[in-house]
Design a protein around this ligand. Sequence first.
Ligand code: NDP
Length: 330
Amino acid sequence: MSIFKKMEFSEDKTEKKTEGVPEKVRCLIIGSGPAGYTAAIYAARANLSPVLYEGLQPGGQLTTTTEVENYPGYPDGVTGPEMMEDLKKQAARFGTDVRFGMATASDLVSSPFKVTIDDAKVVEADSLIIATGATAKYLGLESEKKYMGSGVSACATCDGFFYKGQDVAVVGGGDTAAEESLYLSGICRKVYLIIRKDHMRASKVMQERVMEKENIEILFEHVTQEIVGEDGVVTGVMLKNGKGEIVRKDISGFFVAIGHQPNSEVFRNYLETDEIGYIKTIPGTPKTNIEGVFACGDVMDPHYRQAVTAAGTGCMAALDAERFLGTRKF
Ligand code: NDP
């Protein structure tokens, strides 16, 4: 039995200006993070002549981090942008056609699937791999932008190690914030968990784990005012407490964990998603509710969200696309 509900497709009413005759490709990949490029490497080596559109942020979320130390194969670490450049080169080496452009609309009613790029051009694809990732939500403070990559991060697993033995803060009250705090508590001297309400939204079990940790101090009813620093690095955070007082905590790392938004809007008319927007796939596979359409990386993964897991699902998507194309006559 399918895990997917029968979907009624509503017509996409957004105005679409298109130019000329649509281009037809065998394998279209949308997104240029580790999932998209890995899918491209596998698809290109399988002679699927993939076309990959990079999207709004070429290289994906990793281009906003500094050092990546947990991706296997880089014993001395690698910067996020460097790693993405390497992946891009590797995809191009086998013949992937890497292009600038962003998917702005789609029609997935039947194969060939139609994807509109930059509101202008339609590409028709026999198989489609969606690797559009997720975007971390930020508080929207100027100081947050200023110290991004030099004290402010949205990924404890990626950047926590740089704060070994130091004091840090995590903002957010959900499962992600709880998980990030627990992870950091094993590395850092002290973790302040900043929660705007008088309670946490995280699951009971995660709350209990956080409360049990001696080096996590939960600051309920605290709202971040500004992140402060000296010589370009973070030294503290200013918070407003429930009494309206401004308090300062000395920290060297500030982790934002207030949720992610999967970049699935363009496909949501056709693909089944969870309530947040993560594309649902058949467990253990990148297969969506539409045969021939695959999703990989953070756009379908609310749990692991690592470069290496994204790359793994990208590989799976390309292998499944190849099998799908092999069973059809186009
Ligand atoms: P959630 O949306 O669950 O939680 C976001 C948290 O951030 C809330 O506490 C929210 O506060 C807070 N927040 C939002 N905006 C702001 C802001 N501007 N300032 C301060 N705080 C803010 O996101 P998560 O990423 O934590 O979780 C997403 C989903 O993934 C959930 O379903 C979760 O259960 C799941 N998940 C599961 C895990 C697991 O099972 N191990 C691990 C991680 C995630 P408020 O409560 O006041 O709205």
